[in-house]
Design a protein around this ligand. Structure first.
Ligand SMILES: [Zn+2]
Length: 436
């Protein structure tokens, strides 16, 4: 059997290798091996004359960055560092601003990732669980990854995928009930939309369903949103963060925290504007360098995602840094002196009973527009006044609230396959937009 990871040639050895704490010297040796592999075998990195062996992990900052634009320009195989016949899976993702990123893995890359995820998820669920997996399977890693993990953990799977003709969201809701599903895997917006659908059908999520655990992925999950989903479903909510370029990047723990997968990556956090490396515990753009990817090694890859890091010990015992995934860097808006991320508005918007919890925020340096659904039976005039005051106090710039039709908006959400990409209604604002 081929080497799986760090000399491991069996699943048992792989497990031991993944659990083993890595001393800084060992991480540096792995980093240098990975950088040498990239410099020698990846057509893209062969053109980087600066790649060399490093004397310390901090020296990594002497290299340049790899950006999403580089990956798009190299589509599909400009970063392929193995013979094509050694690939085991291929995935791609389409950005909201256009262009396609490719991802590809060898069997070793794939299994190492599967085992890392399984190790984390083993703290959440086990062989008595029935799990509905409502995430993409097509041209994606994530559905297949979770299936492998479920098989390793003895969990039953209902592979429903995302919005498709065979299993629309109404059927998923029926399946959750009829099959006594205990664990739901989906994007946060889907958990909120399913809760609204259940209310429309007179289904009490806590009384009529057995879902006690929701693993959210595919979008940012603010603490306020996590709490809202937990309250609606009467379930524990966990976050899982990954990307097409690198598979799973941060993993949930039983404490409801999200830990960086430091077995497989060296992480940095940078100022998204100046690109300066920030101290541990900062909030900034997540940058990753692969330690264990054969097919597609990455050096200082700018994820485009804003994270808040926390290096204090977690009660679960995992020593890896915790993060809160705040969302995309491009969704930092507001005046230069008072920039904020649109996900921060969840604290105010989700605390407001006069609106539905599904809304769309757009903005730039001088203006914020929020498309939202007024709650049935509420007093929109009062709600608008209250929310506008609270939001403008926080944002420091004018905020416009635009009521939208509930059924029309839900239909738009239901008909999108990929979460987080529902286009907001026409607006004179910039292209910065997200589905919250
Ligand atoms: Zn933890």
């Amino acid at each position: 059997m081929r080497d799986l990871y760090n000399g491991a040639t069996s699943p048992q050895q792989l497990l031991a290798a993944l659990l083993e704490p890595q001393a800084p010297g060992e991480r540096l040796a792995r980093l240098n091996t990975s950088v040498a592999h990239a410099a020698g075998a990846s057509p893209f990195y062969r053109r980087w004359p600066t790649l060399r062996a490093l004397d310390s992990l901090e020296d990594l900052a002497s290299f340049g960055f790899t950006c999403k634009e580089d990956l798009r320009a190299e589509y599909p195989y400009g970063l392929l560092a193995v013979a094509p016949e050694n690939l085991t899976r291929y995935a791609e993702s389409t950005g909201t601003t256009g262009g396609v990123n490719a991802g590809f893995v060898t069997a070793r890359d794939w299994k190492t990732n599967n085992f890392c995820v399984a190790l984390a998820w083993a703290g959440l669920l086990g062989e008595h669980d029935i799990m509905a997996v409502a995430v993409p399977y097509e041209l994606s890693y994530v559905g297949a990854d979770i299936d492998r993990v479920a098989e390793l953990l003895g969990v039953s799977v209902l592979a429903v995928g995302t919005n498709n003709k065979l299993c629309p969201w109404t059927r998923l809701l029926a399946l959750l009930r009829s099959h006594k599903v205990t664990t739901l895997v989906c994007a946060p917006i889907r958990a909120l939309r399913l809760a609204a659908m259940a209310a429309e059908q007179g289904i009490d999520l806590q009384r009529d369903l057995a879902v006690r655990r929701i693993v959210c992925m595919g979008e940012a999950l603010s603490p306020a949103r996590k709490a809202r989903i937990e309250r609606l479903w009467g379930a524990s909510v966990y976050n899982h963060y990954g990307m097409t370029e690198a598979m799973s990047v941060a993993l949930p723990c039983p404490q409801g925290q999200l830990h960086l997968a430091e077995q497989r990556f060296v992480f940095e956090v940078i100022d998204p504007d100046s690109a300066a490396v920030l101290a541990p515990g900062s909030t900034g753009e997540l940058v990753l360098t692969t330690l264990a990817q054969e097919a597609m090694p990455l050096v200082r890859y700018r994820s485009g995602d804003l994270v808040k890091t926390d290096t204090s010990p977690c009660a679960c015992g995992n020593p890896h840094t915790r993060i809160v995934h705040l969302g995309r860097v491009q969704d930092l808006i507001g005046a230069p002196a008072r920039r904020f991320h649109i996900s921060e508005l969840d604290d105010i918007l989700l605390a407001e009973p006069g609106i539905e919890p599904i809304y769309s925020v757009q903005g730039d340096a001088s203006h914020v527009a929020i498309h939202l659904i007024p709650a049935e039976g509420g007093h929109w005039h009062d709600t608008r006044a209250r929310l506008t005051t609270a939001l403008e106090r926080y944002c420091g710039i004018p905020v416009e609230l635009v009521p939208i039709d509930r059924q029309e908006w839900y239909q738009r959400i239901d008909n999108r396959s990929k979460p987080g990409t529902v286009p907001a209604p026409a607006s004179p604002l910039s292209t910065k937009e997200t589905m919250q």
